[in-house]
Design a protein around this ligand. Structure first.
Ligand code: SAM
Length: 297
């Protein structure tokens, strides 16, 4: 990923998706993220404001789904799934949470369960600085329980940096790695997993990955060519993926027990089937985007 002075654009797109989902009626929305809109640049903030009008909302959904089929539905369903996994880990007694490549993730502020946890938000300095700047202007975002940790996963050791930031390796933790592995090198993914696997017992991980077949130029996945073009244009091309049939072994080899590996049809169906009568709305595209949960052996 070629991040330099600018914050990650894909992190901003995720903030947009969460801000748009928050506008939906409380009866049907998958979560309430009142903070996301603050991370949007002017054009996306305008889109967020326009989205409040039902007719325009339909139009914006149409534009997004034409351009990146399934990205929105997959993005918000995965957000909810990870919220659920995180809440249940905290209920089980986990009180350290590490959000790797946190971008503009606002779980530390919007999930009350996390207020009694030590939360580490780890990201590239360019994105992290922008996040800290926005948060400093929003006094309602309480950061007492949060530590911001700057890293380049490709260049630096997560272990060294996280321990310096006060992470307690002898205490179990929940690691969230959402929307990030696809931007890294195989070596960076490997090193990160090996560090996590060496943490205390009952340490858990939830992460997303893309089916590596989508990285091929000839990929047959719906929307994958247009998506690759956008990612190249914004300087955040995907560089890493896994073969879903090999994920169990991949994790075993690195010290994990696989709990669940879901394709995006599974998690979109889980959270959206009661919301739309026509599954074509939320199941088209993005089949390559998966979520896996694993525990340290
Ligand atoms: C698609 S965004 C996901 C952000 C967040 N996890 C979410 O779901 O909203 C990808 C994130 O990975 C971070 N990232 C990408 N490459 C990185 C690297 N080499 N080192 C540190 N962070 C990186 C970006 O800064 C960005 O915040």
């Amino acid at each position: 990923m070629r991040l330099s002075q600018k914050a990650s654009k894909t992190a901003e797109y995720m903030a947009l998706f969460r801000a748009l989902e928050t506008i939906e009626s409380p009866r049907i929305r998958l979560f309430n993220d009142p903070y996301s809109k603050n991370f949007l640049s002017a054009p996306l903030r305008i889109a967020e404001l326009l989205f409040r009008t039902p007719l325009v909302r339909q139009f914006i959904h149409g534009v997004m789904d034409n351009r990146w089929p399934g990205a929105f539905y997959s993005g918000v369903a995965r957000t909810r799934l990870i919220d659920d996994v995180l809440r249940s880990s905290v209920q089980d007694g986990i009180n350290q949470v590490v959000i790797l490549g946190a971008g503009f993730d606002t779980r530390a502020y919007r999930l009350p369960e996390l207020r009694t946890c030590a939360v580490f938000e780890v990201d590239h300095p360019s994105t992290l600085e922008v996040k800290k700047g926005v948060i400093s202007r929003l006094p309602t975002m309480n950061t007492e329980h949060v530590r911001f940790v700057a890293i380049d996963f490709v260049e630096q050791s997560l272990e060294e940096i996280l321990l310096k930031a006060g992470f307690d390796k002898s205490n179990s933790a929940m690691f969230i790695w959402e929307g990030v592995t696809n931007y890294l090198t195989a070596d960076a993914v490997d090193q990160t997993l090996r560090f996590i696997a060496n943490c205390a017992s009952d340490t858990r991980l939830v992460f997303t990955y893309v089916d590596k077949a989508v990285l091929n130029e000839g990929s047959q996945f719906v929307g994958s060519k247009a998506l690759a073009k956008t990612l190249n244009q914004i300087g955040e091309p995907w560089s890493f993926g896994l073969n879903p049939s090999g994920v169990n072994q991949f994790l075993q080899d690195r010290g994990f027990e696989l709990v669940e590996d879901l394709g995006s049809v599974d998690y979109r169906s889980r959270y959206m089937r009661n919301r739309y009568t026509n599954s074509d709305v939320y199941l088209r595209g993005y089949e390559f985007y998966r979520i896996a949960q694993a525990n340290v052996k």
